[in-house]
Design a protein. Structure first.
Length: 87
């Protein structure tokens, strides 16, 4: 199992958070709200699908956000089960 640094797992989380904020801000306009929903879903799908070829090749994307202690860190690591769930 080979891991490599990638910012894509973090972007996949940020896209969802950004879409949620935009959906809440456009609550009065149903068409705009649905636009943000579809745009967020397509962006998330694109990011997740872009990680699939490397995962099939045996390389796992990972980003370490910060270390809590010397042996414990907050990291986003993509594995086969996670990408199946995300897709």
């Amino acid at each position: 199992m080979e891991t490599y640094f990638s910012i894509i797992p973090l972007l996949a989380v940020i896209v969802s958070l950004l879409a949620a904020v935009l959906i809440l801000c456009s609550a009065r306009w149903p068409n705009v709200r649905e636009l943000w929903t579809i745009a967020g879903a397509l962006a998330k799908f694109g990011l997740v699908a872009s990680m699939l070829p490397c995962l099939l090749a045996g390389r796992y994307p990972e980003i370490v956000l910060f270390d809590i202690s010397p042996k414990i860190s907050l990291a986003l690591h993509v594995d086969a089960a996670g990408i199946i769930f995300a897709l």
